[in-house]
Structure formats: structure tokens, C-alpha cells
Design a protein around this ligand. Structure first.
Ligand code: USQ
Length: 508
């Protein structure tokens, strides 16, 4: 079968430098077309193939000698990719994956995550070396070269110099604080998260406009931007579909093409919403191009590259600030701590395994948007109630590893709906980018048990048992949550709404 992006053209290529006038599509306004001899002219030069001179942007990726076919579609040869936040859970994993595909990898990090986890007196339960040792291991074991600079995303002078030096053809932005609880600790923490995330991204957009306007920005947003509408209204991919209509005052108003409402659930999630608007505007004003990735809660430890050697593994956090729910549950099972469901546990979230998320990102990076295109994808492969996750972890623990797991419900320190419908649209990754999830929840949980039950890791988990029960309340209180009930897996009826993940394309 032909690759999904085979018929895309220079319009999508970061090496194409547009010389004529381009109509902008994300707002009603377009620039007056420029006519040469009665013809509207859109001419480009190719940064990679200057010998072509000025020409119309009509060469397809399939035809172009600078693009090569990979299992993910056509990819620019030796594509220069800069990963912001390269030392993190996702950044490191993606660097190794893209490096193994032959991309030229560069990255920045200021160790924000390591420092915040230190602040909690926690650690990555999977031991990781410092970034320099990690880079050395990547070179020795996988033959991947990584160009790294210790840069704070807020340091625009340093970032500017590095962007100018590398001239990346895609930028992956993971350099944000990803923790909802951390942003709710107090005013200082909320300001720290929003400053890093919102101002960092805004500064980046200005630098991209100045230095690499043809480069695409693949930005990590979150499914949590949307919240969970109690009406059950589907969570579209950021923008209302063409046929969406608002009925008001006996009149129908089209909503097609407008950004959908956001209803974030913490000051961290608010920072992602603000990013959404800033990126949307930058694409509109300056023809930057971006995929804003609304990712579900990520879990897991495995990709081919990070599993290749213990020196290549990625970090894993389990404390109340930086541990996400599935990662925490498996670690809790390993240390014999009853799995901590917050509140009723009927709250539903979207999830995706680490390996699948990396595959999605790869597909997005190699198929860039057109100039001025702001697009949103919902990156999620399954929807689960928190109780269901606890049951699955308990089942895998018992059946495959002989571990007896108990479940507890604790007070919910967050302000969130504990029972709600949840219908999520995720059509673009499967249909436009050819993504098919490969990793089931059970499969990744099994891999996690395999790794986390290894003695040195189990020990690192047990050392941090005192950081499992949350004490950061959305109310501002600082007190450990109380246990509401403890029960055996398989003894409770699973109640609540059935979520729906809509991946099929609409019938027009
Ligand atoms: N939860 C429990 N028990 C726990 C931990 C969490 O019941 O021990 C519940 C929470 O109440 C929440 C759900 O699990 O309803 C998810 O919590 P989480 O801590 O795993 O994830 P969250 O704070 O929502 O944030 C994480 C990432 C964030 C990303 C987000 C995607 O840290 O970067 O944006 O997942 S989403 O959930 O779609 O917002």
C-alpha cells in the first residue's frame, strides 16, 4: 500500500522556502495574491536542492530524492530534529527512536524534572545516569549521535544561538512541567509551572518565526485540556468539524472550524490551554506550522531502543507529583501497597503506552503540516476507568507474577468529576497518519512488572513507599489522604458510564 504521505508535496517540506504569496487558511483573511504575467505566483527555493532554482511547489514526497520511504511513511533523509526536554521520560525515549531511524538529533534540557523530583525527595525508580553518560551510551550501543546543550527554555539568548546553529527541520516540545499536583501545591508552584510552560512556549514561537519559520512544531498538549463534559459531548480533535451547529434563539450557527471549548482540571492543564491559543495565533500571524498533540495519560517502560541496554532506559516516577496512575499502580503492586484509587474511581481518562506514543510522534514529525497549518491530534489508544486499571494491574500481578494485590479507595485530593461520560475522537492518527496501536494495556503492564520486580528496582520503589499517599490537595490543604475502603480485586461491580473512542472516519 502506498504511504499515507506519498502525495504530499513541497508544501509540507521544511526545506522549501516560500518566495511568493501564500493564502492563509486558518483565518478569513488572506494576503492579496501577487500576479506575474497574469498568473498568480507561488514559487519556492529548496534549501536542500539549490540546483532546482525557483520553482512551483509541486514535487511529491514520493518523487523527491531528499525523501525516503520508511515503515512510517516518507521521511526527509537525515532530518534534523531538535527535542526540547530531551532528558525526560518521553524526550529521551523519542531521541533514541528517531536516532535509530537515521534522524540527526539535537536537544536541550535544564533538568527541571530531575530537580522537581528531588524537591519531593523522590527519585526515578528506574536508575538513570546523567545526560552525558546517557549520550555516551547511545553512541556506544546504538551508534546514535546526540548534540546536547544544557539550556533553560526561558533563556531565549542561548536557545536562539542553538536554533541558529542546528537549524532544525522539526522541533518537538517536551520542555514543560507535566504535573498537575505540582502546579497545585501553592502560588509559587503554580507560577513556576505556568511561567515555564506558557512563557517558554511563547518565547519559542518568536524564535521560530525569526530563525526557522519553515520548521514544524510538534507540541505536547494534553487530553486534559478538554476536561470531561458532563453532557457527554464528544472531545473533537481541538477544532469543531464542519457540520457542528449551535442552536440558539431559534437560529442555527455553524461552529465548524472553531476551536472547541477547553475545561482544564489543574493550573498545569491551564498552561497547556494557554499554549494552544498562543500556537494557534502564531500559525495565523506568521504561517508557522504545528501539530498540537493532545496526549492521554502515558504509561510504560518499553521501546526497542530503551530496552536494548540498562544504560539506555528511560526514567520512571511513582511519587504523588510525577507518577502517573498506571505507573504508580504497578509500582504499588510490586511493593505490596494497596493500589490507590482517588475517590470513586469511576473517573475515565484516555491512555496510551509509551511505545505507541513514540510511534505516533514519529509519524507526525515525518509528515509536517503546511505553512500556516495549526492542527490538533488526540493521541490516545484506550479509555479506562481508574478502577478498571486497578483491576487489570491486580490481575496481571496475580496471574503472571504470583503477587497478591489489594485495592484501596482514598479521599480524592483533586477537584474532578468522579463519574462522567467520556467520548473521545481520535481519527487523524489512524486515518491520516497510518497509526495502529500495537501495545495493549495488559501487555505493557506485563512488561512493567517484568522490569520493576527486578531486585535493584524493587528496592528503589520500596525506598519511596512514604511518598505514595497524596498530600497535595486542590484546596491548598497539605495532609495525607485517608483510606475510605480496602478491598480484594474482582469483588466489586464496575459501575459508571461506558466511554467511547471514535477512530473511524466520518461518512461524508
Ligand atoms: N489517580 C488515582 N490514583 C493515583 C493517581 C491518579 O486514582 O494514584 C487518578 C486521578 O485522580 C486522575 C487520573 O488518575 O483522575 C489520572 O491522574 P494522573 O496523575 O495519572 O494524570 P494527570 O494528573 O491527569 O496528568 C497526566 C500527566 C500529564 C498529562 C495528563 C493527560 O502527568 O502530563 O497531561 O496525564 S490527561 O490525563 O489526559 O490530562
Amino acid at each position: 500500500m502506498k504511504a499515507k504521505n506519498a502525495n504530499k508535496t513541497c508544501w509540507n517540506c521544511p526545506a522549501a522556502i516560500f518566495k511568493g504569496h501564500v493564502d492563509f487558511r486558518a483565518c478569513g483573511q488572506s494576503i492579496e495574491p501577487k500576479f506575474v504575467d497574469g498568473e498568480q505566483s507561488i514559487m519556492i527555493e529548496c534549501e536542500r536542492r539549490p540546483d532546482l532554482g525557483l520553482y512551483e511547489p509541486s514535487i511529491t514526497l514520493e518523487q523527491c530524492t531528499e525523501w525516503q520511504l520508511t515503515e512510517y511513511g516518507y521521511m526527509l533523509k537525515n532530518m534534523r530534529i531538535m527535542i526540547l526536554g530531551i532528558d525526560g521520560y518521553l524526550g529521551w525515549t523519542l531521541a533514541l527512536k528517531l536516532g535509530s531511524l537515521g534522524c540527526k538529533i539535537s536537544g536541550i534540557d535544564n533538568f527541571f524534572r530531575r530537580n522537581c523530583v528531588d524537591e519531593k525527595d523522590s527519585h526515578s525508580v528506574i536508575p538513570i545516569n546523567n545526560i552525558h553518560e546517557r549520550i555516551k551510551a547511545a553512541k556506544e550501543i546504538l551508534g546514535i549521535e546526540i548534540k546536547f546543550k544544557e539550556i533553560d527554555i526561558l533563556d531565549r539568548k542561548e536557545l536562539r544561538n542553538f536554533l541558529d546553529e542546528v537549524k532544525p527541520e522539526a522541533i518537538v516540545h517536551y520542555a514543560e512541567c507535566p504535573s498537575a499536583p505540582y502546579s497545585m501545591v501553592d502560588c509559587d508552584h503554580a507560577i513556576k509551572v505556568q511561567t515555564n510552560n506558557v512563557i517558554g512556549t511563547l518565547g519559542l514561537l518568536f524564535l521560530m518565526k525569526e530563525i526557522v519559520p519553515e520548521t514544524s512544531l510538534i507540541k505536547l498538549g494534553t487530553l486534559g485540556e478538554y476536561g470531561s463534559p458532563l453532557t457527554g459531548r464528544a472531545l473533537f480533535e481541538g477544532i469543531f468539524p464542519g457540520e457542528a451547529v449551535l442552536n440558539w434563539n431559534n437560529t442555527e450557527w455553524s461552529l465548524g472550524g472553531e476551536l472547541t471549548p477547553r475545561d482544564p482540571v489543574s493550573f498545569y492543564h491551564v498552561s497547556k490551554v494557554q499554549d494552544t491559543f498562543n500556537i494557534y495565533e502564531a500559525c495565523k500571524y506568521w504561517w508557522l506550522r504545528s501539530y498540537d498533540v493532545m496526549q492521554g495519560v502515558i504509561y510504560g517502560v518499553h521501546t526497542e531502543q530503551v530496552a536494548a541496554d540498562e544504560k539506555l532506559r528511560t526514567r520512571l516516577d511513582i511519587d504523588e507529583w510525577f507518577g502517573t496512575v498506571v505507573n504508580r499502580f504497578v509500582a504499588q503492586a510490586v511493593m505490596g501497597f494497596p493500589l490507590t484509587i482517588y475517590g470513586k474511581g469511576e473517573q475515565i481518562r484516555g491512555f496510551i503506552a509509551l511505545e505507541d506514543a513514540m510511534e505516533c510522534m514519529t509519524r507526525l514529525i515525518i509528515s509536517p503540516p503546511e505553512p500556516g497549518q495549526y492542527d490538533v491530534v488526540n493521541q490516545v489508544s484506550g479509555l479506562y476507568k481508574i478502577r478498571e486499571l486497578a483491576e487489570t494491574v491486580a490481575k496481571v500481578g496475580k496471574e503472571k507474577f504470583g503477587i497478591d494485590v489489594k485495592i484501596q479507595r482514598v479521599e480524592n485530593p483533586r477537584v474532578e468529576a468522579e463519574k462522567h461520560p467520556f467520548n473521545v475522537v481520535s481519527q487523524k492518527l489512524p486515518n491520516t497518519f497510518g497509526f495502529k496501536p500495537k501495545v495493549s494495556l495488559e501487555k505493557e503492564i506485563t512488561r512493567m512488572f517484568q522490569l520493576l520486580t527486578q531486585e535493584p528496582i524493587r528496592k528503589k520503589i520500596e525506598e519511596k513507599a512514604h511518598l505514595i499517599l497524596p498530600e497535595t490537595w486542590w484546596s491548598g490543604d497539605k495532609k495525607q489522604v485517608e483510606t475510605l475502603e480496602v478491598y480484594k480485586p474482582g469483588t466489586k461491580e464496575l459501575k459508571g458510564y461506558e466511554p467511547k473512542l471514535i477512530t473511524e472516519e466520518r461518512n461524508e
